[in-house]
Design a protein around this ligand. Structure first.
Ligand code: GCO
Length: 435
């Protein structure tokens, strides 16, 4: 059973989250680097792509009904850059029309729109120009954000520039798991900086247009040493610096962490220090995505001298350990070390769970959500200003390199018929929120 709504303060926002490429279907959108990444053999577990996804482009009214009917206050969604600007530069009015209707649909249903401008569909034309490795991306991104804001900003409750810069830069350019699929420390280091420069440039441009309630969504993952050795402790510290400190420190004007600069510093663009002030724009809130922890063992190879190991805790369908206390730890640590009184939102938390013969049966997910809601409440009891919790995801959807296998949804999607079927977890939210 989920906690009750009255365990949280009045005005605490409960929501469900999705992203454009994962649910919309790409018809009439421009090509993005995800389309070419997915078209490359070996990149996606089931060789699938986002061309049909959940056909949200057509079925969005029933999807928004599901958000409203569960009793959620808010819906977190993203705008596809490739749909809004197919060549990365020129606005396609049809692309914006879609988001205009979608936001009207939220408002009509009494849902607060929580916008994320960028959840990873870089237009292919910009990717061909170096993408996040090219400093020019900062100005291009600010233009994209202001174009979206000009059309739908009047109805947006809250807007994040970027979703998960660690994934945009490190996972995609160093580990090679996401588009553009590079394994190159020079490219990765430049992306690690340019993604923040793009954020700061966009915030400044949006403020000049009068936008309010602006933030960014970062992901955090607990990094524990795999054993008691000093070398394992160092491996975990380095990973923590890259994953959990690089972005938040820069955003809060605290500079990049030394343990990460050791490997990344030599590859940063010249005069990167001069950008740090622009990166540290004042924010109205921070979004926190939290799923799991990883163990790190020393690796004699090249920097960062760390190898990821699988831990002993119970796991989700992604093979991710379930560790709810990590969410309390990050929320309290952020407030203590970085964000002070800045309002925090849990913008993503959720679990993948394979569908059994009865697709509505997901009691383990209900338990997972209950534990993470309690972990959020525990941080609030310690004085952290958490304003909301968004479940990832409303629907089963395209899980990037994993394809359509992992199912994160509160609502089951039959990918042949596109039928939506609420699971027990959707009903649990319904009982909690509609009482
Ligand atoms: C992310 C993204 C989502 C994922 C989700 C589950 O956190 O990687 O925001 O697009 O689907 O996190 O992996």
């Amino acid at each position: 059973m989920l906690p009750s709504r009255s365990d949280f303060p009045a005005g605490f926002t409960f929501g469900a989250a999705t992203s454009a490429y994962q649910i919309e279907g790409t018809a009439v959108a421009g090509l993005s680097h995800w389309d070419s990444f997915a078209a490359t053999p070996g990149n996606i577990a089931d060789d699938s792509d986002g061309s049909r996804a959940c056909d949200h482009l057509n079925l969005w009214p029933q999807d928004l009904d599901l958000v409203r009917d569960a009793g959620f206050d808010a819906y977190r969604f993203s705008t596809s850059w490739a749909r809004v600007m197919p060549d990365g530069l020129t606005v396609n009015p049809d692309g914006l029309d879609f988001y205009d209707r979608l936001v009207d649909g939220m408002v009509e249903r009494g849902l607060k729109p929580f916008l994320t401008f960028y959840h990873w569909e870089l237009p292919a034309a910009l990717a061909a120009n170096g993408g996040w490795q090219n400093r020019d991306i900062a100005a291009r991104f600010a233009d994209f954000c202001t174009a979206v804001h000009a059309r739908i900003g009047d109805r947006i409750a809250s807007a994040a520039t970027l979703n998960e810069p660690w994934c945009i830069a490190w996972l995609s350019h160093f580990l090679g798991h996401h588009a553009p699929g590079l394994r190159d420390i020079h490219a990765a280091s430049r992306a690690m900086h340019h993604v923040l420069l793009a954020h700061g440039t966009a915030i400044r441009a949006l403020r000049a247009e009068g936008a309010t309630s602006l933030g960014i969504v970062l992901n955090f993952e607990t990094c524990h040493p795999a054993d008691d050795s000093p070398a394992a402790a160092r491996a975990a510290e380095t990973q923590d610096a890259i994953y959990n400190q690089w972005f938040i420190r820069a955003l809060m004007g605290q500079g990049y962490p030394d343990a990460a600069l050791e490997g990344i510093g030599p590859h940063l663009p010249d005069r990167w220090q001069a950008d740090m002030e622009l990166i540290a724009q004042p924010l109205d809130w921070l979004g926190v995505n939290y799923y799991t922890r990883k163990l790190h063992a020393p690796d004699p190879g090249l920097w960062p001298h760390a190898a990821e190991l699988s831990g002993p805790l119970p796991k989700t369908q992604m093979d991710w350990e379930i560790r709810p206390e990590g969410l309390t730890e990050f929320l309290t640590r952020l407030a203590r070390d970085h964000t002070g009184n800045l309002p925090l939102y849990v913008t993503e938390n959720g679990m993948a769970l394979g569908a059994g013969p009865d697709v509505t049966q997901d009691d383990r997910r209900v338990e997972f959500i209950a534990d993470h809601l309690r972990a959020t409440r525990a941080a609030m009891d310690q004085g952290v200003d958490v304003r909301g919790f968004f479940y990832w995801s409303l629907l089963d959807n395209y899980e990037w390199g994993w394809g359509y296998g992992p199912r994160f949804g509160l609502v089951h999607v039959d990918y042949d018929t596109m039928a939506r079927t609420p699971k027990a977890s959707w009903h649990a939210f319904h009982r909690m929120l509609r009482g």
